[in-house]
Design a protein around this ligand. Structure first.
Ligand code: SAM
Length: 457
């Protein structure tokens, strides 16, 4: 692999010992690490290991994160991937959320969230309680984020496509925890994606560091007092990692770096003076020789606060009769308790998450789960509502084996022949995990798997 000379020089300086540098550079002759994270919103690790046909090995970067021990061709086409049973994620990329340590009932912002690896990991840790706000400034990427959030069955997320400045000003002091997984020069992506090497230059590193500091300062406003701010990148550059944290802490004395209570990677470098209180070595850094493609993670606490309080929830709800129909729709499809307030807006029945803030003018693509849409004088259920349900919660279901031809037929958009006693909307499961729905009519299941998600012939 042809690496830029300036890059090699920087890394040689970074590793004080020549032998460590040689170990690092020899990693470029090896294939990259590949991994998956099991989505515990849909399946537990034990059950997943029974139904997943490929070899995996636990990683040390976070719970539910595994190395793929064999090459899996077109992994995104596997029925279990369609069902949201797992997310393809290189294990060290899961370290930032381990440092964030999300817990049920917290309000968490993921400011740079697409395509959603870390957001879906946060959602699994919240276990459906509290609020996840996933924001992505680039519109096309925000739509991919929404699709992944829906695939993984997340009930309590808001997806927006907003500039960090507008979002954090409006939601000032709202969140318990904030993740800034910043756009970076991607040095940790070189093995996986050699095209990242072409984009790399010392000037690009400088520009990234400037942008990262600006995003971090903006993100800081959205935190409550005592809140946690995690900054992460997938690059090795001192300027973009320790340098950004150092400048941020210098300019924001109301934040303090914390030790990360996780056993991964190594201590970062201390770029401050020894006489200073700021010690950037509390952050963690992961190199390929540490078992991951590359990540930097720093955890900070907002120890003081001058933030103003945000407005309370103020979602524009439609007439109460529409809400009533929403509850009726829910009870026709599912056996379980409704997990949020159902409102109707612009022809869509939506199950809102608890603890929502005012979402007006924040370019929100979705708040909660899309239950159904109006169709003529009736309604049609939404794929997302089924994805957010477990098999036990469905009124009617069929369960297909992940190795069967029928599941491939279903995922390709074709009709299935089914028991003619089934009538109406039926959830389709793969190995017990809901992956979509169809409409049963006279022993046939009309396919309702979304066109944009179907397997291509
Ligand atoms: N957290 C994501 C995940 O785990 O899947 C990966 C995030 S990626 C490293 C950084 C994201 O920041 C990209 O999706 C990019 O579009 C977005 N971004 C680019 N410029 C930005 C800016 N000025 N402010 C905020 N986000 C930005």
């Amino acid at each position: 692999m042809q690496l830029p000379l300036e890059y090699k020089r920087e890394l040689e300086n970074l590793f004080k010992e020549g032998s460590e540098y040689r170990r690092f550079i020899s990693c470029y002759d090896e294939p990259p690490y590949r991994g998956i994270r099991i989505n515990t919103l849909k399946v537990c690790d034990e059950r997943f290991k029974e139904i997943f046909k490929f070899k995996i090995k636990k990683s040390r970067f976070s719970k539910n994160s595994y190395y793929l021990e064999e090459v899996v061709k077109s992994i995104g086409n596997l029925p279990l991937h369609h069902a949201g049973a797992f997310y393809v994620q290189e294990p060290s990329a899961s370290s930032a959320v381990a440092a964030l340590d999300p817990n049920p009932y917290e309000k968490i912002l993921d400011l740079c969230a697409a395509p959603g690896g870390k957001s879906t990991q946060i959602a699994a840790a919240l276990k459906g309680h509290g609020l996840l706000w996933s924001n992505e400034v680039v519109g096309s990427r925000a739509r991919v984020l929404l699709s992944n959030i829906e695939r993984m069955g997340v009930r309590n997320a808001v997806i927006s496509s907003c500039s960090p400045e507008v979002l954090c000003e409006k939601l000032c002091g709202f969140f318990d925890k904030v993740l800034v997984d910043a756009p970076c020069s991607g040095e940790g992506m070189f093995r996986k994606n050699p095209e990242a090497i072409i984009e790399w230059s010392p000037e690009h590193v400088k520009a990234c560091a400037k942008r990262q500091l600006a995003i971090l300062k903006t993100a800081a406003k959205s935190l409550k007092k005592d809140g946690i701010l995690v900054y992460s990148t997938c690059t090795f550059s001192l300027e973009e990692n320790e340098g950004v944290i150092y400048k941020f802490l210098h300019e924001n004395p109301d934040f303090a770096l914390e030790d990360i209570d996780e056993q991964f990677g190594r201590a970062a470098c201390n770029v401050g003076l020894s006489s200073e209180l700021i010690d950037t070595s509390k952050a963690r850094k992961i190199f390929p020789q540490d078992g991951g493609e590359g990540h930097f993670v720093a955890r900070m606490r907002k120890v003081n606060d001058d933030a103003k309080k945000v407005h309370d929830f103020n979602y524009k709800t439609a007439k109460s009769t529409d809400n009533k129909l929403g509850y009726e729709i829910f009870s026709q499809l599912f056996n379980c308790e409704v997990y949020g307030k159902i409102v109707k807006a612009a022809g869509k029945f939506i199950i809102l998450p608890e603890g929502l803030a005012d979402i007006a003018r924040l370019n929100v693509l979705r708040a909660g789960v899309l239950l159904a849409t109006s169709k003529g004088s009736g309604w049609e259920p939404a794929h997302a509502a089924f994805m957010a349900a477990s098999k036990d919660e469905l009124k009617f279901n069929i369960d297909l084996d992940s190795g069967s031809s029928e599941i491939l037929e279903y995922l390709s958009g074709r009709e299935l022949s089914i028991n003619d006693k089934l009538i109406g909307y039926v959830g389709v499961c793969v190995d017990g995990i809901v992956t979509g729905f169809g409409k049963a009519v006279n022993g046939r299941l009309k396919n309702k798997y979304p066109k944009g998600l179907r397997l291509l012939a």
